[in-house]
Structure formats: structure tokens, C-alpha cells
Design a protein around this ligand. Structure first.
Ligand SMILES: Nc1ncnc2c1ncn2[C@@H]1O[C@H](COP(=O)(O)OP(=O)(O)OP(=O)(O)O)[C@@H](O)[C@H]1O
Length: 691
């Protein structure tokens, strides 16, 4: 392949480096395709000409605020530009109308004060430095001027800054659409205060982020005819339930547990709480406190935020009673019973926690004990009571904790929505999506599968939007559109969600068939998709499978897929809590319509999530989208560290490449642009040859 632009002896270029990603240098010899480079760090290297990119020696030292202003739009150019800006605390950069936000990992209050908001109000997009406020302002003005709903899609990996960005967007929209000088609980105040409430119950410290949202979120802010905020709704996606019972060092459980253990003494006494280290659900990790966070103050702040969003004092008391009950529940241990495969409450300590759990949940202690250690099976002939061994009883206990917590979280979301209220007359809204980015770890399970499925969906939405914009651009320029083929990910989506025959459908089938195991499920996948080019069976593996996602290959371990896809409430748990004398607790467990059947009915998390995504995509499609790509500059969560390889990986997965594609109107030559796409496999080489 020919060099993208003339590279000659004396050219300043970028050359690949395994550690630094790209290093600059000067060409001192060219032998056919071999380019000899004297790097600025003194090393001499030889590289193939196709891997060498020209460096713009006249680029301004502080970088450019829009990537489209770069003379050479290639990966090293993009990276270098971001690095130069980051060094000057210029964390925002445009790529056309897409905003790239690099997490500063330090407070930059001057960036977000009222003065800044005033400046961005009504300013033309691109006139001022890149900023989240500019994106929010553009969405708001587009909504007012065109009478159309807008959406802002914030993406990026864990810890990249999505939630902070979302909060900033919401603050700015509240500033634009709020009622000045109005006291009390206004809609915009309620919208803003819903953040700390959701964070207390849905966020936790993980290795990747001290305040990681363990759920996805779409906030719809509704506006009336005069552009004032008149209602709002929060939709949440896939709360991580396993965290309630299982955490690993140095992570934490959901913030609310620690906050409650730091509540004023009279409340701790009421709930019989002590230090977090005395609870099994918290002491599996040695991390209890967070740097710079005072849990006691956070507890009071959460109570205030709950007041503002309209959660009554009585409801708050019940909420924290359930939180405390979950902690006590986790401390109930079991020992082997006299009968074979049976269990009993282990000792007095466990008995104390059992009684306290029952007291807090306002249910009968004996019924709680039975619900934990016994199962009732209904056969056509008879009703059989079966006992659980200690391992089974622990599983039963944890299942109850997870169900209670996820019901509590859903209740909070519903309550926030009811209390803020929807405006039935609102014709336009601005939706802000803060959702997990593409994930690929050493071990990937059902959660990563769902997260990456979401990202495939969003990528398709992005592609379609870009495609439309590009097409318009090309038509304007009278360029033949027909031979430009963009990568379409419909085939991966079919593989995952097609009905019948997609992975989710096969998983549901496996879950409903009593004899299925993760092995039979994996075999079924291997058989069904053996000729699918997006599906790979790793050699030697019996239960894992690899999907070729738009952002790269990910290998999933099917081992827990069946368990994690099953969403049912054990009938005994349901009966126990429905009978609670506390209306709040009973309300979390409304009697199921098929009361008569004593079975624990299966419902599929995967299929429910698929429907939720479908509805989200429908909403997004009816809006004018804006994109913010958050980038995490390092994994140590510290300011001023810019890890090139890490960032490149995110730019590749996060669709920044496609973002650049949007902006190619300002491109110096389309050929260079195609070279760029080719490098990432977005274009086939024949397309370029045809140019
Ligand atoms: N604009 C910003 N200014 C200052 N600090 C920031 C900014 N954005 C992010 N941070 C810091 O980075 C941390 C992680 O950000 P955030 O929680 O928004 O990430 P996230 O992408 O939402 O992660 P997750 O997917 O895990 O929820 C924040 O707690 C904050 O300390």
C-alpha cells in the first residue's frame, strides 16, 4: 500500500511504539517500504511505510480545540492533540460536534461556576472553548428552535467521568429551564436531587472508580412550551445485584450500607447496627472508608435529598429499616441439621440476627427461618416440604437479600418519578443517557454480555446517525456515495437478540429446561453458530464463547449465564414479605397474579433487558442526538497522568473514530481520511484502490 502522504527523507513522522503508542522522529533513510527513523528520544527504528504517519510540525503548541482543525487526522495526531490539551487542563475537545472529555481527576471549579454558565448561554456552538455546557446549550436551543426532542449520549468506560458529566449537563439544563427565584421543591431541584439519592443506593467503590454507578440511567427532562422544565423521568437499567452479597477487596458494597452504619447514634441503636466490619456483606473486603468522604455527613445529605425528591419521613425510615435488615440477614449462618440435607440456625449470634431481621421487616421470625431453610414443592399429587442443606440455605439467604435490595432500588426510582411527575402536555424533552461503556476483562460474564449488547445497539444508532449525516455531506459534494461501505453491526445484533435463534433466546430456552447446564447451553451455542463469522468457539474450551464485537473480540464464560439470567422470587420469600405488617415492605412484594401456583416462576433478565433497550432505542431515534465521549486518562485515578495506550484503546472502542468520520467535511483530502478508516478496518482496501 502506498504511503498516505509523501514521506521523504527529512519528514517529521509518528512511529508506533509498544509502550508509548506513538513516538515522533525524523526520517533519515527510505529503502522501498522500509523507513528508517531517528526518534526524538534518540532511538533509531525501522518501520514499514504504512505504519508511519506524518507529523504536523506547525501544529499550535497548546493543540487545537477541534480535531477537524488538525492538518493530519490520524491516530497519533488525535492522541497528541488530546495530550497537549490535557497538560494545560483543557479537558474538552471537539471532533466536529462531538465532545471528547478527558477526566481531570481533580476539581476544576472555575470550569463549572455560574459565571461559566452565563457565558455559554446562547453562545453559538464552537464560538467558546469546548464544554459540556456548550453541548447542553446546543441541545436546548435546537429543541426550542426546531420544536424537536434532543438527546445527549454520554459514554465511556468505568471511571471515565460519565456521571459527573451527566450531572453537569443536568445542572446547566436546570439553569436554562429553571424558574428563577422560585423557592421550595421545584421540578428542577427535584431532578438534581434525584442524583445523590440514586448514587447512595446505586453506586459503590470499585477498583476502577470510587463512586461507580452500578446501573445504567436515562433521564428525560421534559419542557413546556416556553422552555421551562415541567417534568422528568428516570429510567434505570440492570442494577448489579450480586454486589449486595458479594464484594472483593478493595471494593465496597453500595454506599447506603456504610452511610447507615455512620448514622446518628439513636438511629444506629434503633436498627441494632454497629461498625461495618461486623457485617458479613461488608467485611468481605477490608475497605470501609472512602478518601475524602464522610459517611455520617453523606447520610444526612442523603436524607435531605430524599426530602426534596418527595420521600416522606415515614418512607425514609422504612427504607433504612430494609437496608439494616439486609445487613442483619447477611449475618445469619447455618449449620447442618439432624436430618440429612437439612440445616438449622447456627448459634445464638445467628439467632439474634434472624430475630432482628424479622423485627425490622415486621415479619414472623419463625416464618423467616422456614423461608430460609425449607422449600415447598407442589406436584400434581401432593405438596412436599423439602429442607435445604447449609449451602442451599446460604444461597436462599443471599437470594432474599438481592431481591429485597433490587426491589428497594426500583421502588426508589418509581417514587422519584412519581414525585417529580411527568408533564402530559410536554411536547419536547432532552434525554441524557449515562450508560456503561464497552467492557472486556480477563473474565467476562453475563453482565459484560448485556453491557456489550447495549453498546452494540448504541453503536448501530451512532452509525445510522453518522451515515445519514455523511450521506447528506457527500450528496452536497456530489461524491458518488454508493461505493462507500461502512461496517454494519446488524449481524452481531442478530446473533445476540434475534428471535428465535439468537443467544438470548437460546439462553431463555436453556433456563426453562430443567436439565440444562452451562455446558449443554454452550454446546447448543457452538452447534447453532458454528458458521457465524461473529461467533468463535475458543479451542479447548467447553463453556466459553467469543463474540466479535464492533470494538473487538470478547470471550465470555457461560458458566453463570443460566443462574444470572433467571429472575424469580422464591415463592417462600414472596409469601413471607407479602405478609409483612409494614406496608412499605409488603408493598415491595405485591402478591403475584398467579397466587395459586406455588412455584417460583422464571422470568428472563436478558429478555427483559432486550425490551428495555428496544424502548430506549425507540426514544433515542425520535430525538436529535448529541454525543459526549468520556475518556479515562489513567487507571490510578490521579490527575496529570496521560497513558497513551490506554487512551487509544478507549478512542477505538468508544467510537471516536466514527466521530471523526462525521467531521470529515473539513478534511484536507478525502484520501487521507480513507487511509485512516482503512487502518481501523472500517473500509475495505478495494474502496481505497478504487479512488
Ligand atoms: N469533570 C470532572 N471534574 C472533576 N473530577 C471529575 C470529572 N469527571 C470525573 N471526575 C472524577 O472521576 C471520578 C469518576 O467519574 P464518574 O463517576 O463520573 O465516572 P463514570 O464514567 O460515571 O464511571 P462508572 O461507569 O463507574 O459509573 C469522579 O468521582 C470524580 O472524582
Amino acid at each position: 500500500m502506498a504511503a498516505p502522504v509523501n514521506i521523504i527523507v527529512g519528514s517529521h513522522v509518528w512511529v508506533e511504539d509498544p509502550v508509548l503508542a506513538w513516538v515522533d522522529g525524523e526520517v533519515f533513510r527510505i529503502n522501498g517500504e522500509e523507513v528508517h527513523i531517528n526518534r526524538t528520544d534518540g532511538k533509531m527504528v525501522v518501520a514499514n511505510i504504512s505504519k508511519v504517519f506524518p507529523k504536523d510540525t506547525e501544529a499550535p503548541p497548546g493543540g487545537v480545540d477541534d480535531m477537524t482543525k488538525l492538518s493530519y487526522l490520524h491516530e497519533p495526531g488525535v492522541l497528541h492533540n488530546l495530550a497537549m490539551r490535557y497538560e494545560l487542563n483543557e479537558i474538552y475537545t471537539y471532533t466536529g460536534n462531538i465532545l471528547i472529555a478527558v477526566n481531570p481527576f481533580q476539581r476544576l471549579p472555575h470550569l463549572y461556576d455560574t459565571h461559566m454558565m452565563e457565558q455559554y448561554k446562547g453562545a453559538a456552538f464552537g464560538e467558546l472553548s469546548p464544554h459540556v455546557f456548550a453541548v447542553a446549550d446546543a441541545s436546548y436551543r435546537a429543541m426550542i428552535n426546531e420544536g424537536k426532542s434532543n438527546s445527549i449520549l454520554v459514554s465511556g468506560e468505568s471511571g471515565a467521568g460519565k456521571t459527573e458529566t451527566t450531572k453537569m449537563l443536568m445542572r446547566y439544563l436546570a439553569y436554562l429551564g429553571g424558574r428563577s427565584g422560585v423557592e421550595g421543591r421545584t421540578v428542577e431541584q427535584q431532578v438534581l436531587e434525584s442524583n445523590p439519592v440514586l448514587e447512595t443506593f446505586g453506586n459503590a467503590k470499585t477498583v476502577r472508580n470510587n463512586n461507580s454507578s452500578r446501573f445504567g440511567k436515562f433521564v428525560e427532562i421534559q419542557f413546556d412550551k416556553s422552555g421551562r422544565i415541567s417534568g422528568a423521568a428516570v429510567r434505570t437499567y440492570l442494577l448489579e445485584r450480586s454486589r449486595v452479597c458479594q464484594i472483593s477487596d478493595p471494593e465496597r458494597n453500595y454506599h447506603c450500607f456504610y452511610l447507615l452504619c455512620a448514622a446518628p447514634p439513636e438511629e444506629r441503636e434503633k436498627y441494632k447496627l454497629g461498625s461495618p466490619s461486623s457485617f458479613h456483606y461488608l467485611n468481605q473486603s477490608n475497605c470501609y472508608a472512602l478518601d475524602g468522604v464522610n459517611d455520617a455527613e453523606e447520610y444526612l445529605a442523603t436524607r435531605r435529598a430524599m426530602d426534596i425528591v418527595g420521600i416522606s419521613e415515614e418512607e425514609q425510615e422504612a427504607i433504612f429499616r430494609v437496608v439494616a435488615a439486609i445487613l442483619h440477614l447477611g449475618n445469619i449462618e447455618f449449620a447442618k441439621g439432624e436430618e440429612i440435607d437439612s440445616s438449622v440456625i447456627k448459634d445464638d449470634k445467628s439467632r439474634f440476627h434472624l430475630n432482628t431481621t424479622a423485627e425490622l421487616l415486621r415479619c414472623d421470625a419463625k416464618s423467616l427461618e422456614n423461608a430460609l431453610i425449607k422449600r415447598v414443592m407442589v406436584t400434581p399429587e401432593e405438596i412436599i416440604t423439602r429442607t435445604l442443606d447449609p449451602v442451599g440455605a446460604l444461597g436462599s439467604r443471599d437470594a432474599l437479600a438481592k431481591t429485597m435490595y433490587s426491589r428497594l432500588f426500583d421502588w426508589l426510582v418509581d417514587k422519584i418519578n412519581n414525585s417529580i411527575g411527568q408533564d402530559p402536555n410536554s411536547k419536547t424533552l432532552i434525554g441524557v443517557l449515562d450508560i456503561y461503556g464497552f467492557e472486556s476483562f480477563k473474565l467476562n460474564s453475563f453482565e459484560q454480555f448485556c453491557i456489550n449488547f447495549t453498546n452494540e445497539k448504541l453503536q448501530q444508532h451512532f452509525n445510522q446517525h453518522v451515515f445519514k449525516m455523511e450521506q447528506e455531506e457527500y450528496t452536497k459534494e456530489e461524491i458518488n456515495w454508493s461505493y462507500i461501505e461502512f461496517v454494519d453491526n446488524q449481524d452481531v445484533l442478530d446473533l445476540i437478540e434475534k428471535k428465535p435463534g439468537g443467544i438470548i433466546a437460546l439462553l431463555d430456552e436453556a433456563c426453562m429446561f430443567p436439565k440444562s447446564t452451562h455446558e449443554t447451553f454452550a454446546q447448543k451455542l457452538y452447534q447453532t453458530f458454528k458458521n457465524n463469522k461473529r461467533f468463535i468457539k475458543p479451542k479447548l474450551s467447553r463453556t466459553s464463547f467469543t463474540l466479535s464485537h464492533y470494538a473487538g473480540e470478547v470471550t465470555y464464560l457461560a458458566d453463570l449465564f443460566l443462574d444470572k439470567n433467571k429472575d424469580y422470587v422464591v415463592a417462600e420469600h414472596q409469601d413471607l414479605l407479602t405478609a409483612s405488617t409494614c406496608s412499605f415492605v409488603a408493598g415491595l412484594f405485591p402478591p403475584s397474579p398467579e397466587e395459586s401456583s406455588k412455584s417460583s416462576k422464571f422470568s428472563s433478565i436478558g429478555s427483559r433487558f432486550k425490551l428495555q433497550l428496544q424502548s430506549l432505542m425507540e426514544t433515542l431515534s425520535s430525538t436529535e442526538p448529541h454525543y459526549i465521549r468520556c475518556v479515562k486518562p489513567n487507571n490510578v485515578l490521579k490527575p496529570a497522568i496521560f497513558e497513551n495506550l490506554n487512551i487509544i484503546q478507549q478512542l477505538r472502542c468508544g467510537g471516536v473514530l466514527e466521530a471523526i468520520r462525521i467531521s470529515c467535511a473539513g478534511y484536507p483530502t478525502r484520501r487521507t481520511f480513507y487511509e485512516f478508516l482503512l487502518r481501523f478496518g472500517v473500509l475495505a482496501p478495494e474502496v481505497l484502490d478504487g479512488k
